[in-house]
Design a protein around this ligand. Structure first.
Ligand code: ZN
Length: 311
């Protein structure tokens, strides 16, 4: 049986039992490439039913140690990830890399606080965390219920400045951590494994689930071009299936963002109000392509309008 079909069976069992993967006592992992393990979150909003298990998280195993990339939406998910790592490798965890501060990716950090790992993030991550931690904490308990207990995001001990890279040696395996100018957020990080040409994008790439603009849409389409130029052989998005061909995955996202830019730029030029601009795109052709479209599209239009107004 392949890893993928085994993962599918675990997932199906959980779906049939009406339980999230972690609540069923099994934490499904897929292998994106040799030594690169991914737990795929559900394509949904965080809820008590899925326990906040909605983002893609995982780890890369070298000969000396392991690097964790994102830790999940709660401490409970972080603990499941830690257990899955322990079942895969006895090597120490030397790095926990937070691709960005969004709660569904980072609240599992607390499970790794005592692991001895160095926490790595973008240089603008600490400020974003300081500004949002309180709101994120109070919202988490409302969204997922009691499983929120003990969840916290850890302040990085090592940061990477925008447009800079950091090489981390896991022993016979080098990963390149790259910090980007403002795009999905103002503190996005990607991880590239040189040995397998695997790109871990964080939320710079959404597959099938609608992208969410929390930074600058104009910056984001530029970053997409640069990520696409890496021609990754394996691709792990922040949300959605892994290992889609990079051309189609990036192009779908870029088309959506460009559509938002075109529409909001013309609305600004025509002197439409924000409300009228957002209402004018109520039957977008893009709706058919994206999960959770109606939950985020208007918010994305609002973010783009506000950005383009000052162009
Ligand atoms: Zn995000």
């Amino acid at each position: 049986m392949t890893m993928a079909s085994r993962a599918l069976i675990v997932m199906m069992t959980c779906v049939l039992a009406g339980l999230p993967a972690h609540a069923a006592g099994r934490f499904a992992l897929e292998q994106a490439a040799d030594g690169i393990h991914v737990h795929r979150g559900q394509q949904a909003e965080s809820s008590p039913e899925n326990g906040g298990d909605i983002a893609n998280i995982g780890f890369i195993v070298g000969k000396r140690c392991t690097a964790v990339i994102d830790t999940g939406g709660t401490a409970a998910i972080g603990r499941d990830l830690l257990m899955a790592i322990r079942q895969t490798s006895r090597l120490p965890i030397c790095y926990v890399i937070n691709t960005h501060v969004h709660p569904d990716h980072a609240f599992g950090d607390s499970a790794f606080k005592d692991s001895g790992a160095e926490f790595v993030a973008h240089a603008s991550f600490p400020a974003a965390l300081a500004a949002r931690r309180g709101a994120y904490q109070s919202r988490l308990a409302q969204t997922v219920g009691d499983v929120a207990d003990g969840s916290d995001i850890v302040v990085p001990s090592r940061v990477v400045a925008a447009d800079d890279t950091l090489q981390l040696d896991l022993g016979g395996r080098t990963i390149r951590v790259q910090a980007w100018p403002t795009a999905h957020t103002d503190h996005d990080i990607t991880v590239f494994d040189e040995q397998t040409a695997t790109l871990w994008t964080g939320d710079l790439l959404f597959v099938d689930r609608i992208p969410v603009i929390d930074g600058k849409v104009l910056g984001w389409v530029k970053v997409i071009e640069r990520l696409r130029a890496l021609k990754p052989a394996h691709l792990i998005p922040g949300h959605g299936p892994i290992n889609r061909p990079f051309e189609t995955a990036f192009d779908s996202e870029k088309n959506y963002l460009n559509d938002v830019i075109t529409k909001m730029r013309s609305a600004v030029e025509m002197g439409r109000t924000l409300q009228a601009a957002v209402d004018s795109d109520s039957d977008s052709d893009e709706r058919a392509h994206w999960i959770l479209f109606d939950d985020y599209h208007r918010r994305n239009l609002t973010a783009a309008y506000t950005e383009l107004e000052w162009e």
